[in-house]
Design a protein around this ligand. Sequence first.
Ligand code: SF4
Length: 303
Amino acid sequence: MIELLSLDELEHDDVADLVWGTDWARCAKRLFSTVSAGLGEPVALSSQSVREVLTCSGWWESRREFDQYDLPADGVKVQVVRAIVRRWLAANLDGGQQVRPLLFAGQVLRRFSDSNSVFGRWVRLLSSTELAEFRSEVAVLLARLDVDWQQRNRSLSVVPGSLLSRARFGSLALTSSVVDATIGAASLSGSGFVAGSTLLSFASSPSLSSQLDELGVAAVLHGLRTGCPPARIVMWDLVSGSGVAQTVDNDFVSLWCQQICEATRRISEIQSFFEPRLHGGPHCQKCPNFEYCPNADRDEYAW
Ligand code: SF4
């Protein structure tokens, strides 16, 4: 079930409790360990790469080669914003004296700039005017978040980021970097775990229900860490102050487990020198191999 909600309503979940067997995580781990046995070389799968493999194996393959050489600058900018927001959540967990958002954004950006990380290199490429503009932009988002989420920390626990962002099963690694906060926790009942967590992901563009799929692998990872999947996933647009939420049910989790397994099988085919399965479509326009691929859908470029 997909719904619209405010961040403060995260605490008022009236969705019926979903109980997961205490062996759910053990069964899921066994499943991924079994399917990873077909892989020759190590592979990391996120929600995005699972979608790419299942849409067109060639898209996944060319994207992987492309990513090794270049990280799109707009992608780094989004990651820098999220990193600052997570630090903001962590710094204000106890609800004590707050550093002002503009000052806080400046402090974090300075720390990034002094580091040799991808973030540091990206920040150092900005001119002083661009850096000042970006700092103000982020400060507005932080202030907006505080207004939109006033109930934060009042009753449920809030942990910045995810409880598990990577899990390894032989040559298969499941990864997710899209969770910005984990709210609440599961509880134990006589028959199993009662799902109780919400995974929250921040976006800086209007949140669409289709974006909730970005949290598929994150929901599985959360379950592997805590014993059961979260109760709900939320995408929140920091700019517009609106979001979408979805209840995590058995169908959602089973579908993601199946997709991870199928993606792993298709990658093991490619590693065994089978030709990638090419399926053209609108997604071709996002594929690094668009220019050279014989199966690319070029209808949009018919002029
Ligand atoms: S251009 Fe289209 S068909 Fe070709 S590899 Fe990329 S996504 Fe697949």
